[in-house]
Design a protein. Sequence first.
Length: 115
Amino acid sequence: QLVESGGGLVQVGGSLRLSCAASERTFNSYLMGWFRQAPGKEREIVAHISWSGGTTFYADSVKGRFTISRDNAKNTVYLQMNSLKPEDTGVYYCAGRPAATWAYWGQGTQVTVSS
């Protein structure tokens, strides 16, 4: 089970930090990622991080503004979001990938960036 928190309403240029708490230590061995879905759009990958934290990936739209990290001692993955823009608005989902597919999903947390 994955549980996201940290979403909310923020002004343009502001920051938020999302957290994703995993219920089991097995998630520590998974690739973990953050996705988002804006109204009327498909879900898209935002960032992902390897089990060790040594390898990360970012969508072009968030490079230089967002940082994904993980603390396996706390079974938690984070997404630090800075310099937020209105187009960052959406529901953000945490996901876990034990093998070839994203098999585990959280319920999502709403992020709204107001101008």
